[in-house]
Design a protein around this ligand. Structure first.
Ligand code: BGC
Length: 784
């Protein structure tokens, strides 16, 4: 009897094994067999993601997910989303987490604050890009990817490389530059660093998502040329140099079509032209029509809604999605799952080396800060200088922006802590007054509608004349911090944000007068995420350090630069204009509502239908200022050092361009007194035959290693035919005009040190591409 029960059990066990083994298993069976074995419901489950939880959201804000999804236990609480597992076929769930400045997960699980899950806040994207140092950014990527791996993440929703078209873009801090060559190369470095850990990235937001205003329903009217030369170009460079595992389509429409529903964008350009091999996911709740998204090549819908599941099942049934299309979407996702840590059963520790990553964060922060002004070499400061520390963010440093680009970090080193750790005597009474004031203001300030959004700033404390007199008498230096915070869900505004508030202006002016009257110097630290006004106040400062939003180690990193422990080597990746009105998109930013009189209360998360026209065309950033002779306050590519560099003659590999890449070589020497690194920029001025062209465009850049005084480094840059070419819309081609080209190599877009010329004897076709993404409205584009 016993034997026969055992026999039955054994049989059942065996038969279930046999049954399990008959279903193909991911990684063991050929992929087409796994896909073939999937039911339509399973395929749709894989496509429609899951797992986003926002605690403080009022009910009804977000469309409901598939029933039962909220019962599936979270693997990594606070991650942005994940995929459905299909255990029958050996398909695990993969976890996706924000965001550009660090792993974004909940720090506390089940109320247990004794065992937190903090993540490293690295400096924001703009700061990383301002280092112009691809090796450094790769190192940041390596640390960031390792942290993701250690926390059980499969794909990081990073980097974000939309162009900084206008200083007011609410997410500019996450982005890299107004220039696509900088953005694309820096992104490739980050992606290669992260993916070296066998963790994926998601290059976002594809494409032309350059503002937050009604972002989910914003129709961007933009010319094919501006798209090709600017808004797509950074993505193209990054895809070709780094093959991110995934790409995230953007919220907006481009020329009347949602990017997530655009086959020309996601298939013709991204895959056919650029060779992208991974899968495309939507931005969270992005786009409208799941069927159109699948057919366009947007393989995954994040974070997944029940309505999408139903629409896809109906689409398959009615045949508007073909089985072949569905299989293609599913195959692309599975190909990435096969690479994932989850598939490999990676035994993650939940104990990343936060100390090591903090060191990476600190080093990167110091490398990306930009010294804008240094009159009479007031910086670096001798350590005995007595410091009066003014400004709220000296005490409450802004490590990064808000929204999905935020990080739940264990701490932020304030400037006060940084200066104290560097052994500067800091005026304790003044610091105390500020700290008491800030704490009181925080108690009273109103909360943002959602924790996700930026809280209102704390007004600067009025500084009485007597206080200033006393502080100027008892200290040697005034260090004044100006802070700005922005983030997802809103753009910035001109008054009191792009410009200084009246209180900030007044304080700075009074500090400057009082300290200068006593022969003492004033240093301004800009703790900001995006371009802002400098012209109305920069004369009040002897030195200005643009510290950006430098991550959790910010206070130490600023002190490193201020003391000269690190010689600043960052340069601007966006122009600081003299006036906001000088910005070429000032007139059209952020666009307008399509139905301004419709006051129906919409869901604030989903926004309302709106549009924007990119009338400045290709004349964005320095391309505009340089071509139209508009003087900038600080130009693109600008940044000072504590040393000087001399540039030797540039040698080209030929005087005629014959279609094969040309090289430009020169030697840079540290001609000053302290070790330093130099960012060297190569611009090209091309002949304008078939169409108007910017006066010059950045084509390549490099950063020297740390050069001791007197030491040199020889740098070589390469120019390909595509670097010479502009986009010709009528011919859907990149074409290089015949004529003389000038190579300009310099320390900024204005500070050109060496030039050389070559000739292209005959017009040359660089690349023929698809005709795609044409504007549906007449655009009145700017031309010189
Ligand atoms: C943002 C993305 C982010 C996603 C997931 C969206 O609101 O636009 O950048 O990756 O949320 O958090």
């Amino acid at each position: 009897m016993i034997r026969s029960i055992a026999g039955i059990l054994c049989l059942c066990f065996a038969s279930s094994c046999i049954f399990a083994q008959t279903a193909p298993q991911l990684g063991h069976s050929p992929l087409p067999e796994v896909v073939k074995a999937m039911t339509t419901e399973e395929k749709v489950k894989l496509i429609v993601g899951m797992g986003m939880r926002i605690e403080d959201l009022p009910p009804g804000m977000l469309p409901p997910a598939d029933p039962g999804d909220d019962q599936v236990p979270e693997k990594v609480p606070g991650a942005a989303g994940r995929t459905h597992a299909i255990p029958r076929l050996g398909i695990p769930s993969i976890v996706l987490s924000d965001g550009p400045a660090g792993v974004r997960i909940n720090p506390i699980r089940n109320g247990d604050s004794a065992h937190p899950y903090y993540a490293t806040a690295f400096p924001v994207g703009t700061l990383l890009a301002s280092s112009w140092d691809t090796a450094l950014v790769r190192r940041v990527g390596q640390a960031f990817g390792k942290e993701a791996l250690d926390y059980g993440i499969d794909v990081l929703l990073s980097p974000a490389i939309n162009l900084q078209r206008n200083p007011l873009g609410g997410r500019n801090f996450e982005y890299y530059s107004e220039d696509p060559v900088v953005a694309g190369n820096i992104a490739a470095a980050l992606i290669n660093g992260v993916q070296a850990n066998h963790v994926g990235t998601s290059l976002k937001h594809f494409a032309a998502n350059n503002q937050e205003f009604n972002r989910m329903q914003l129709n961007t009217h933009v010319s094919e040329r501006a798209l090709r030369e600017l808004y797509l170009r950074g993505f193209e460079i990054a895809i070709k140099q780094s093959q991110p595992w995934t790409v995230m389509s953007s919220y907006n429409l481009v020329n009347d079509t949602y990017t997530s529903e655009s086959r020309p964008l996601l298939t013709d350009i991204l895959r056919d032209e650029w060779g992208f091999k991974g899968f495309v996911m939507t931005d969270w709740f992005g786009g409208q029509h799941p069927v159109a998204q699948m057919n366009a090549g947007n393989d995954m819908l994040m974070p997944g809604t029940h309505a999408q599941t139903e629409a896809l099942l109906a689409g398959v049934q009615s045949g508007v999605i073909t089985p072949a299309q569905l299989d293609e979407n599913v195959t692309r996702i599975l190909n990435i799952i096969l690479l994932s840590p989850a598939f490999k059963h990676y035994n993650y520790s939940d104990k990343p080396d936060l100390k090591a990553h903090a060191a990476v964060s600190r080093a990167a922060a110091a490398e990306g800060m930009v010294l804008l002004k240094n009159k009479d070499n007031v910086l670096p400061l001798a350590q005995s200088r007595r410091i009066a520390l003014f400004g709220n963010t000296s005490y409450d440093l802004i490590a990064g922006g808000t929204g999905s680009g935020d990080v739940n970090k264990a701490y932020v080193v304030s400037l006060l802590e940084g200066m104290q750790a560097a052994n500067f005597p800091v005026d304790a009474a003044l610091s105390n007054t500020y700290q008491v004031y800030i704490a009181a203001q925080k108690n009273h300030r109103s909360k943002p509608a959602m924790a996700f959004l930026a809280p209102p700033p704390i007004a600067e404390m009025p500084l009485e004349e007597t206080l200033l007199q006393a502080k100027a008498a008892s200290n040697d230096i005034a260090l004044v911090t100006i802070g700005r915070l922005a983030g997802e869900g809103g753009d910035r505004k001109v008054d009191d944000d792009y410009t200084l508030t009246a209180a900030e202006l007044q304080n700075l002016h009074n500090i400057s007068n009082t300290f200068h009257a006593k022969g003492k110097k004033v240093i301004v630290i800009m703790n900001i995420g995006g371009v802002m006004d400098v012209s109305s106040w920069r004369d009040d400062a002897d030195a200005i350090l643009l510290a950006w939003q430098p991550g959790q180690e910010g206070g130490h990193a600023i002190a490193d630069v201020v003391t000269g422990k690190v010689n600043p080597s960052g340069k601007l990746t966006a122009t600081f204009p003299v006036h906001y009105e000088d910005v070429p998109s000032a007139r059209t930013f952020p666009g307008q509502l399509l139905h301004p009189d419709d006051s129906t209360a919409g869901n604030p998360l989903m926004g309302k239908p709106a549009e924007v026209s990119y009338e400045e065309g290709i004349y964005v950033g320095y391309r505009y200022y340089k071509t139209f002779n508009i003087k900038a306050a600080y130009e693109f590519g600008y940044g000072l050092s504590y040393t000087n560099f001399s540039y030797g003659k540039v040698t080209l590999s030929g005087s005629h361009f014959d279609g094969t890449p040309m090289t430009a070589t020169l030697t840079v020497t540290n001609s000053g007194k302290v070790p330093g690194k130099e960012v060297v920029e190569l611009y090209l001025a091309a002949p304008a035959k078939m169409a108007d062209k910017p006066a010059q465009e950045l084509k390549a850049f490099a950063k020297t290693k740390l050069l001791a005084p007197g030491a040199s480094q020889t740098l070589t840059f390469t120019l390909s035919i595509k670097d010479l070419a502009s986009f010709n819309t009528a011919q859907s081609s990149w074409i290089a005009d015949a004529g003389n080209y000038e190579v300009r190599i310099g320390a900024s877009s204005e500070d050109v040190r060496q030039t050389a010329t070559f000739t292209l004897d005959k017009e040359m076709l660089a690349e023929k591409v698809h005709t795609a993404l044409a504007p549906q409205l007449p655009l009145h584009e700017l031309h010189p």
